[in-house]
Design a protein around this ligand. Structure first.
Ligand SMILES: Nc1ncnc2c1ncn2[C@@H]1O[C@H](COP(=O)(O)OP(=O)(O)OP(=O)(O)O)[C@@H](O)[C@H]1O
Length: 473
């Protein structure tokens, strides 16, 4: 190792350190050894082909920045990859970056020094234990529990406590966009990684897995790719639906899956739908997915959404009043990512314009984000909400039907129209199929009586009232 190379590399590290987070820095840059400096070309040694590819896939810009700022515009980086060819002589081979004839920092295949696969997989080393790709903020403590995720969360926790040993292997978590799949499976990974047992936990998106596999075919490194994945103790593979129609990758994944499962290694997967609806995946894979536990995530209910907003705001050190929290939780009922997006807009707006976060600001933001949002409670909205709540058709509220459940729903809708709108009794009657004002008075009285005497009915009215109140803030 030349002292010049060491000096240049430590300067580069100083640049790199400012552009990557602490974990990435210690995982991907600390293990690198500077080997030599020739003119403005620095050669660094990396522990494996996989490591080299990872750097090139994920950190090429920051490496380029570091090299150019320390060695000038002609600065070049070359890699020496430690190759274990199954004998005792580890001979590094060298790949240059940027490649000659190419100004772009594309990932390139190291020159092959023989006709066989250029290297065999290295044995598991301590660096690999760090290569997890986990976001440290995705933990169980930041994952709010609710009815929407209870099964998945507790199964995940069981898996985190005894990876590979419970019957939840594989664990498959599925659910719609932005409902917390990635957060949950990474929480499992972080929990295992932070336990005293040294486990090699690896999180990878299916897309990345496919690309790595394709590259390994192109580069003649399939064996190394397979061996790498077969050494993992806990494999977390996200968005497995992405493997649909990719037959060769599925076949490779099938072998890796079998190997890991037989070795009692934990496999955790996510998908946007249950295994039975995964189209374009081989039957033998699908049947294996069902060996363990499949758990779904639903959209969090109102109370869980409130808790998610509170936690998020606490973690940002921001206080927002309860009525704003409830307004957001009520209004954004699509997915958690969208809810977070609205919170971020709100915080950004308040801090840029130096104003307090209050209901007026929240409403303005929501109007900009959700263009067609109605913030007023009108008769139409009451009819829609009440009919959905009682699971009847809106038209029935206006029709002549005398079926008991329809009459009750109609009376409830009239009652709320009186409470939340400025319509006259006559006008309300008109909106309910041309009934007269005495029918509306009777409806209001009946609802008041039932609230006094019937607990179930009272709870229903209270549920609905909460919705309307939220809307009429
Ligand atoms: N129960 C929860 N508690 C706290 N935060 C949550 C919860 N569920 C989701 N989130 C947050 O919502 C955001 C979206 O979650 P995540 O990315 O895990 O969703 P996903 O289901 O993997 O989405 P996609 O389908 O797009 O891959 C993240 O910031 C996550 O932290």
């Amino acid at each position: 190792m030349s002292s010049e190379a060491t000096a240049v590399w430590s300067e580069c590290l100083r640049v790199i350190e400012q552009h990557v987070n602490e974990q990435s820095y210690s995982t991907w840059f600390k293990p690198i050894n500077p080997v030599r400096l020739e003119g403005s070309s620095l050669t660094i040694q990396v522990p494996s082909q996989f490591f080299y590819e990872w750097l090139e896939d994920n950190y090429v810009q920051v490496l380029k920045l570091a090299i150019k700022s320390i060695l000038g515009p002609n600065g070049r980086l070359e890699y020496a990859v430690v190759v274990d060819r199954g004998n005792s002589q580890n001979q590094p081979y060298v790949v240059s970056y940027p490649q000659s004839n190419s100004s772009s920092p594309n990932k390139k295949v190291p020159e092959k020094t023989d006709h066989k696969s250029p290297f065999e997989m290295q044995s598991l080393n301590s660096d690999m234990l760090l290569q997890s790709n986990l976001n440290p903020n995705y933990t169980f403590s930041t994952y709010i529990e609710g009815d929407c995720n209870r099964l998945a969360r507790s199964a995940g926790f069981a898996v985190a406590t005894k990876p590979g040993i419970t019957s939840f292997n594989p664990l498959m978590v599925y659910g719609g966009v932005g409902l917390g799949k990635t957060h949950l499976v990474q929480a499992i990974g972080n929990e295992i990684k932070n336990s005293p047992e040294e486990k090699f936990v690896l999180y990878v998106s299916s897309e990345k897995f496919v690309n790595q596999f394709m590259d390994s075919i192109k580069d003649g490194n399939v064996k190394s790719f397979t061996n790498f994945y077969m050494q993992v103790d806990v494999l977390i593979i996200d968005d497995i639906q992405f493997l649909a129609g990719k037959d060769r990758t599925q076949e490779m994944f099938f072998h890796i899956f079998n190997h890991l499962h037989q070795s009692k290694k934990q496999i955790i997967m996510t998908s946007d739908c249950p295994p039975k609806d995964l189209k374009g995946l081989e039957e033998r894979l699908l049947s294996r997915f069902k060996w363990g536990l499949t758990a779904d995530l639903q959209m969090p209910d109102f109370e869980t959404r409130v808790a998610i907003i509170r936690r998020k705001m606490q973690s940002e050190g921001i206080y927002i009043p309860d009525d704003v929290i409830e307004y957001l939780a009520y209004t954004v009922d699509t997915n958690v990512r969208e809810l977070e997006g609205v919170m971020i807009s709100l915080i950004a707006h308040a801090s840029l314009n130096r104003v307090e976060i209050d209901l007026t600001l929240a409403k303005t933001i929501m109007k900009n984000i959700v263009k067609d949002i109605e913030t007023e409670v009108g008769i139409d909205y009451i009819q829609k909400t009440v009919s959905e709540y009682f699971d009847i058709k809106i038209d029935d509220l206006k029709a002549k039907t005398r079926k008991k459940e329809i009459v009750t729903a109609r009376q409830v809708a009239m009652y709320f129209s009186k409470e939340f709108t400025n319509h006259s009794l006559k006008s309300i009657g008109y909106h309910f199929g041309g009934r007269d004002h005495s029918t509306v008075i009777h409806a209001v009285q009946t609802v008041n009586d039932l609230i006094e005497t019937d607990t179930t009915f009272r709870n229903s009215v209270n549920d609905l009232k909460k919705k309307f109140k939220m809307r009429s803030y």
